[in-house]
Every structure is written in C-alpha cells, then in structure tokens.
Design a protein around this ligand. Structure first.
Ligand SMILES: O=C(O)CCC(=O)C(=O)O
Ligand SMILES: [Fe+2]
Length: 347
C-alpha cells in the first residue's frame, strides 16, 4: 500500500529517536524561510474581565506560512502569569460538568475537576478507612459505568487518562457531529479568543494577505472548543476539523506546557505537510484555506516546559491564586504534559 505524504511525515516524527527537527519551522530559534512576517493591524487587547495584562505586547510579531496560506502564528505573546492563568482554566475550571470529557462514557465523574480532586486526595493521603462520609462520596463519583472497568478510578489515575474536554457546543467523537446540547463556553476564554480573532483581522478594504486574515474578528464567537491533554507519549492523528456548519471563521488554538511537532498539510493527505514546533504560549490560527487542511500532532517534546510553569514556586502571587490549588501541583503536571485549547465559530 502506498503511504500518503502526511502518513510518512507522521511516522518520521513518531519513530525518530531523538527527533530530527532540522526541517521543522521553529520560530523560537531562528527566522525561517518558510514564514513571512505580517503586521497586526489591530491591538491584542486583554479582556476587560481580567485584572492583569495577558499580553506582553499589543502588536507582537506574527507570521504566515508561505506554503500554507492562512496558517497564522503568533509566537508566545502572553505574560507568564497569563499562561499560568490559562493552565488553571484548562485544568480546573473547564474539565467539569456540564462540559464533557473522554472519561464520561466510562466513569461517573464529580462536579469538581479531576485535577482538583487529585490534589485534594494527595493533601489528605489518608487510608480509605479513615475517610469521612463526604470523602467517600467524592471517590464514589468516579465509579465505573462500563464493564471494561471494574474498579473506581483514583482521581490521579483518571487525571492521567483525561485526554480531552469539550466546551460550548458538545462534540460527539463517535458520531463526529455536534450534539444539540451545549454548555456555556468559559466567558474569559471566549473573550481571549475574540481578542485574538480581532487582532488578526485584515483592515477594511485591504486585500494584501500579509496584513492578516480576511474574516472580520468582530463577528467571532467561541461557539465550540476542545481542550486536549497530551502526556509525553500522546499524539493526535492527522485530521480536518470540518464538522462546523460554517468554516469561514478562523480556528484559534493555544498551547501550554511541553512543546510539540505540529504538522500542517493540505486538503488531502497527499500534500507533504510542514512540521512546526509549537511552544508554550504560541497562538496558531487556521484561517482561510488552511482551515480545511489536514493537521495533527505526531510528537510531544519531553523536557521543554518553560521554568515559569514547571517551577514549584512560580505563580504564588498570581491573580486569584488563592482560589486554586497551590502552584506546585500545576508545575508537576505541566512538566510532562502539553495542553492545547482551541475555539471555533460554527454558525
Ligand atoms: O493539539 C493541537 O495543537 C491540535 C488539536 C486539534 O487539532 C484539534 O483539537 O482538533
Ligand atoms: Fe484539529
């Protein structure tokens, strides 16, 4: 059987040990022939609800890939605090009912996030016999629903198996369609995604693609989204996100934690994809043509989480830190995971 160009590239990165990143576009290390600078025509504004600046610069450097029109990259424009805030959103605020996760089909999950439950369990670390009734009820809620699992999962073991959570319109991975059900999209995350959609808009009347993206970001709303959780061995196979009813709006995607190799191809698997190294804080927007392109993550790069995320003492003074578990728990998770959070407008 002849392998498609996309499949060959996936195999190269999955098998390569150590990974060969020579041909990959890595904006953190050098200016690259494969990209072209674009000037943002509008400021990246922090949402009004956040009391600290999310961005280091209002007009950060931005790029489009020459061979993939519409694939836009803004190398990490976030403040360190903003990245920690995003990690908290993705680990504590979002992966809880009514949002769905990959574990819902198998376990009855609690109203708290698994991350918070795992932290809680570690803080208590009491043998089960000494637990109060309330504690027992909390572990009960991770009871298996499915015949494959016969034991209740401990929060930390389930956290390791948490692979995705859906936001807004709920995506059904079995039918590959959006269900009618919907949960509110985290308001602050939506404001952030809107701010990005506005900043990357091409100014009125300009047709030059080097000035940004055609879609008017003022019309953007995060109607559906996915948070993906990758451990060091996790991958995401090549696919096109084409379930959304309308595809004219950009798909906006943020990375936190470990770096990865992201492949961006064309509208068929026969187009040779370009590998891009995505780092913590990078913004990627799939606009125009590239919104219909095959893409995937064949490799997560170990030991690449920046220190301000993986250091146990970071973030102690951050905004709203007191509402959350201590930072060292996040640091432990982020040292060997990548989180991707993406938003789409569907209608
Ligand atoms: O993790 C990534 O960067 C890609 C995620 C993705 O393609 C998706 O959720 O559809
Ligand atoms: Fe995707």
């Amino acid at each position: 059987m002849i392998q498609t160009a996309f499949r060959q590239a996936e195999k190269k990165y999955k098998r390569g040990q150590p990974p060969d990143l020579n041909n990959a576009v890595d904006l953190a290390t050098s200016a690259n022939e494969a990209v072209r600078d674009i000037q943002l025509a509008y400021d990246l504004e922090s949402p009004a609800t956040t009391t600290f600046p999310l961005f280091r610069q209002r007009r950060p450097p931005a790029y489009v890939l020459r061979d993939h029109p519409g694939l836009l990259l803004i190398p990490n424009p976030f403040t360190d605090e903003a990245q920690r805030w995003l990690a908290r959103k993705c680990l504590c605020d979002c992966p809880r009912p009514p949002n769905r996760t990959n574990l819902d089909a198998f376990f009855s999950l609690p109203s708290e996030s698994l991350f918070e439950l795992a932290v809680d369990a570690e803080n208590r670390s009491q043998p089960i016999v000494n637990r109060s009734q309330a504690d027992i009820q909390r572990s009960d809620v991770t009871l298996p629903k499915d015949k494959f699992y016969t034991q209740p999962g401990s929060p930390s073991s389930l956290l390791e198996r948490q692979r995705w959570c859906t936001l807004g319109l709920q995506y059904n991975w079995t039918t590959k369609e959006y269900d009618r059900g919907s949960s509110p999209f985290d308001h602050e995350l939506d404001s952030l995604m809107r701010a990005i959609a506005i900043a990357i808009t091409r100014p009125n009347g300009t047709s030059d693609p080097s000035t940004g993206n055609e879609y008017n970001g003022n019309s953007f709303a995060s109607e559906a989204g996915i948070i993906n959780y990758y451990d060091e061995r996790a991958t995401m196979a090549g696919h096109v996100d084409k379930t959304e009813e309308k595809m004219d709006a950009p798909l906006i995607s943020l990375s936190i934690g470990l770096s990865c190799v992201y492949l961006i191809g064309g509208t068929t698997r026969d187009t040779e994809p370009t590998p891009i190294v995505l780092h913590s804080g990078d913004i990627l927007a799939m606009c125009g043509e590239s919104r219909m392109a095959y893409h995937g993550v064949p490799l997560v790069l170990a030991d690449t989480t920046p220190k301000f995320l993986s250091c146990p003492n970071a973030g102690v003074d951050d905004y709203a830190a007191a509402m959350y578990p201590e930072w060292h728990y996040f640091a432990e998770y982020l040292a060997n995971h990548r989180i991707n959070c993406n938003a789409r407008k569907c209608s």
